[in-house]
Design a protein around this ligand. Structure first.
Ligand code: SF4
Length: 497
């Protein structure tokens, strides 16, 4: 006998994103790549947010900690009669199953669903998420009165212990849920049909592979695309989807008179000629705007939904590391300095003090993507007013090395439509981030939080050796950012000559 198909909330949501992804969730889960360390850590942060949300309802009963799924289902229905707030209450009906973050008793025999999210605003997928819960519970005989999202209030400023009432804001989505509910039975029926299929449905790739979440099957589904494919076109992906539907896969195959913007035209030209685009005049203008000595500078920051320190808001960027290379002349030998916080204690002032000693009174401060470094410096000035005068003077000296690439004054096809330093460095020099233990900013912040060890995300404690290894990788990574900028600038100077 065929196994009964059960559609859980996560599978239902996967089905809304893509039927093929849904089919794999039901029939070949083992073929879906597991989340890596970074994504797992982010997921665990979400669990921590969930724990804080439970504090909004003192006296609630946590069913997630009771036995297996079957026992939880039975226990949920036993406890409903006690009319107490339930965490992780579950129910099933026919082919559907769901769990609810928080179920709050309301009126005589009704309940409110509260879904906890780590983000700071309402997203469409949350309404589908709660609509599915409402559908399941009502089918199972539990009347739902209101539906709410409890998400993070980004205006909250931590003062001492976390205040859950201020940390969360509740958004009523009862009306929106009602609207979505109208088509839910049809959607579930369609999903059941797809699930029963022997093979995955044929679904074309497109925007839905990245929205609302990056699909874990993307590498597999996208592997047939040529190297410089049309989804690398700069900007909105609608045009790429249109080209794809017309059977055009490579940028070089886009017809000449196709409606492309200026940057996309440069991409087409580079793909056809196999040569980079170099606007010498603009590059020279950039180079001539620099004032020596040059300070190549980069921050690493972390941000957490639950602020770690007093005076900090949710998701506020907290710098924990910097790297700086100082260059007196373009071919000179750079001096290098860096800073990496010792642990999870608030090290921002120490970092500022340290940085102030390294940056002289004149010279351009070169960063890559200035809005980030400028934003962090402004936040530091707010938090530590004693440094605000110095910080303001630093801000006026910042020059953004991203600009020649963001404006496509230099473009090489191997950048794949991106002006990120990770793509530019290997395109214009013989250096690359490939093979580095830590090779991008998100990993750097997650690994730093991990070795700090006081961020209770359910991770196992890192060993002393592991901490040392991560610290070395962090220093190497941040140094690569600023050292890489020197190489990029030197390459630009060469190209402009
Ligand atoms: S990569 Fe795209 S097409 Fe493939 S399963 Fe995921 S969402 Fe569907």
């Amino acid at each position: 006998m065929d196994k009964k198909i059960i559609i859980s909330k996560s599978k239902y949501l996967a089905g809304l994103q893509c039927l093929k992804y849904f089919w794999y969730q039901i029939n070949a889960k083992e073929k879906i790549p597991q989340p890596d360390f970074v994504n797992q850590f982010i997921f665990n942060q979400g669990l921590l947010v969930g724990e804080y949300a439970k504090k909004l309802y003192p006296g609630g009963i946590d069913l997630g900690k009771i036995g297996d799924l079957k026992e939880q289902l039975v226990k949920t229905f036993e406890l409903l009669s006690e009319r107490k707030t339930l965490f992780e209450a579950s129910c099933s009906f026919g082919n559907v199953y769901c769990r609810s973050d928080i179920l709050v008793p309301a009126n005589a025999d009704k309940w409110d669903i509260v879904e906890v999210k780590s983000s700071t605003q309402l997203k469409e997928e949350y309404i589908h998420d709660v609509a599915f819960q409402k559908y399941c519970f009502e089918k199972a005989g539990v009347n739902i009165r209101k539906c709410q999202i409890a998400c993070i209030n980004n205006q909250y400023i931590r003062k001492g212990d976390i205040n859950p009432e201020e940390l969360f804001k509740r958004i009523d989505i009862t009306v929106e849920v009602e609207e979505i509910l109208r088509g839910i039975e049809g959607r579930i029926e369609e999903l059941l049909e797809i699930a029963a299929g022997k093979n995955p449905p044929e679904i074309f790739i497109g925007k839905h592979c990245n929205e609302p979440y990056i699909c874990p099957l993307k590498d597999k589904c996208w592997e047939f695309l040529p190297d410089n494919h049309i989804f690398n076109l700069y900007g909105n992906k609608d045009k790429a989807a249109r080209l794809y539907n017309e059977g055009i896969l490579s940028i070089k195959d886009i017809p000449d008179r196709y409606d492309l913007n200026l940057k996309q035209q440069i991409q087409l030209e580079c793909a056809k000629t196999s040569r980079p685009k170099i606007d010498k005049d603009e590059i020279l203008k950039f180079i001539n705007s620099l004032e020596y000595p040059l300070y190549f500078f980069d921050f690493e920051t972390f941000s957490t939904a639950i602020p770690l320190y007093t005076g900090v808001k949710p998701y506020q960027r907290i710098p924990f590391q910097y790297s700086i290379h100082i260059l007196d002349s373009i071919d000179g030998q750079p001096e290098h300095y860096d800073f990496l916080a010792e642990g999870a204690e608030d090290s921002r002032e120490e970092l500022l003090l340290n940085l102030r000693k390294k940056i002289g009174e004149t010279g351009s401060i070169i960063v890559y993507y200035e809005s980030f470094e400028k934003g962090v410096l402004k936040e530091l000035a707010e938090a530590f007013p004693d440094y605000s005068q110095w910080t303001t003077s630093i801000l006026t000296r910042i020059v953004d090395l991203y600009k020649p690439f963001g404006n496509f004054h230099y473009y090489h096809s191997s950048q794949k439509g991106s002006a990120s330093i990770k793509n530019v460095l290997p395109a214009i020099t013989d250096l690359s981030y490939e093979g580095m233990e830590i090779a991008e900013g998100m990993s750097a912040s997650i690994y730093f939080l991990y070795i700090c060890g006081n961020y209770d995300t359910g991770e196992s404690c890192p060993t002393k050796e592991e901490v040392e290894k991560v610290r070395k990788s962090l220093i190497k990574y941040c140094r690569m950012d600023t050292g890489g900028m020197i190489h990029i600038l030197r390459a630009l100077v060469k190209e402009a000559m």
